[in-house]
Design a protein around this ligand. Structure first.
Ligand SMILES: C=C(O[C@@H]1C=C(C(=O)O)C=C[C@H]1O)C(=O)O
Length: 121
């Protein structure tokens, strides 16, 4: 992250140079909106990869793959630590993401099964 986005000093202290108060909040919210645009683009790409992978799964146990989920969370924990981010924030975010993607995969599997059983009739 560039210096302009660094977390502000503790309340009561004067930020070193630059804009203060509401103007700085507005500036930082613009930075957050730009970052969100990039994050959602990457999440959309990750979701497309998961959707493609799901086409190769044929049962609920493989959809859930808890060991793989643990591995992803452990890796995210380490990556966040190395980036100077509180790892619990990254792990909590990914836990919610994996829960939602697992729910999406279960729906895809159910839809495929329903289509296959209709085709059999
Ligand atoms: C994408 C997969 O399926 C699920 C979702 C995961 C993820 O989003 O990283 C990881 C494991 C599974 O719970 C997978 O098996 O790799």
């Amino acid at each position: 992250m560039s210096d302009e986005h660094r977390i502000a000093p503790p309340a009561g202290s004067t930020p070193a140079g630059g804009v203060d108060g509401p103007a700085r909040i507005a500036e930082l919210r613009v930075a957050i909106d730009a970052l969100d645009q990039q994050i959602v683009a990457l999440l959309a790409e990750r979701t497309r990869v998961v959707q493609e992978l799901t086409a190769h799964k044929t049962d609920e146990a493989t959809v859930r793959s808890p060991e793989r989920a643990r591995q992803v969370l452990g890796r995210v924990h380490d990556l966040a630590s190395r980036q100077g981010m509180p790892p619990e924030v990254a792990v909590g975010t990914y836990r919610a993401l994996i829960d939602e993607l697992t729910r999406m995969q279960l729906e895809m599997l159910a839809a495929r099964r329903a289509a296959a059983s209709l085709a059999e009739k």
